[in-house]
Design a protein around this ligand. Structure first.
Ligand SMILES: NC(=O)c1ccc[n+]([C@@H]2O[C@H](COP(=O)([O-])OP(=O)(O)OC[C@H]3O[C@@H](n4cnc5c(N)ncnc54)[C@H](OP(=O)(O)O)[C@@H]3O)[C@@H](O)[C@H]2O)c1
Length: 195
């Protein structure tokens, strides 16, 4: 949760991963084995409910913004925060997140974070309020891009989310035949904060 100019922002990550916590294959593409209708529909509804979608340049370029959603695209080639015809653009090394949100989504609300890896890493460090993790238990992509860079060093995505202060809801099976399940990880509320 972040407050900017009196407006509150909640950060919700969204990823679909293989059993070994990969979001893309060795070529950097999302394989067909990680594309599922049940997850796609859930994901699209979550994007519709957000005030802005924050994603990396490659994902932005690979997924045309057909619905005209409000996007904030990360790139190191931007000098700070910039409005372009296709989206808001932001370089985190050149401007704080608060500045980017203040112009891209001044009303506050849910911020959807669909990656890729470096974007997931950035918000893992900043703090997710929720992380919606869909896992295809039948799929292994040993040489693929992990959801978080630290997965390459051994910890699972679950362990990293737990270490960041999130706790899992009960797993929901989205597609039993594909062994596709969704776990929503949520930030534990401090004991003093009302539910
Ligand atoms: N399975 C899933 O849930 C999932 C989720 C997301 C993506 N994917 C897939 O993963 C692949 C692409 O993901 P990706 O991780 O390779 O690329 P990406 O995050 O979409 O884009 C990477 C680019 O974003 C910019 N960027 C990211 N973090 C930045 C930072 N902290 N500071 C400045 N710029 C930053 C950089 O652009 P510049 O080069 O311009 O500096 C970087 O080259 C695609 O195949 C996509 O479909 C899958």
């Amino acid at each position: 949760m972040l407050e900017v100019n009196g407006r509150r922002y909640a950060f919700h990550g969204h990823a679909i991963v293989s059993a070994d916590d990969r979001i893309a294959d060795a070529t950097g593409e999302t394989p067909a084995s990680l594309r599922h209708e049940a997850d796609w529909l859930r994901f699209q509804a979550a994007l519709d409910a957000s005030v802005v979608t924050i994603l990396g340049r490659l994902g932005h370029e690979a997924n045309p913004n057909r619905k005209g959603r409000n996007r904030l695209v990360l790139s190191s080639a931007i000098s700070g925060v910039e409005r372009r015809a296709d989206a808001w653009w932001w370089n985190p090394a050149a401007a704080p997140l608060a500045d980017a949100l203040a112009v891209a989504a001044p009303e506050g609300g849910i911020v959807a974070v669909p990656g890729g890896m470096r974007v997931f890493d950035l918000f893992l460090a900043a703090g997710y309020d929720e992380f919606h993790l869909t896992r295809a238990a039948h799929v292994l992509i040993p040489d693929g891009t992990p959801v978080f860079a630290a997965v390459r060093d051994g910890p699972t995505a679950d362990a990293l989310l737990a270490a960041s202060g999130l706790r899992p809801d009960a797993q929901v099976m989205l597609d039993p035949a594909a062994q596709l399940s969704l776990t929503v990880w949520r930030r534990e509320k401090p004991a003093t904060e009302p539910a």
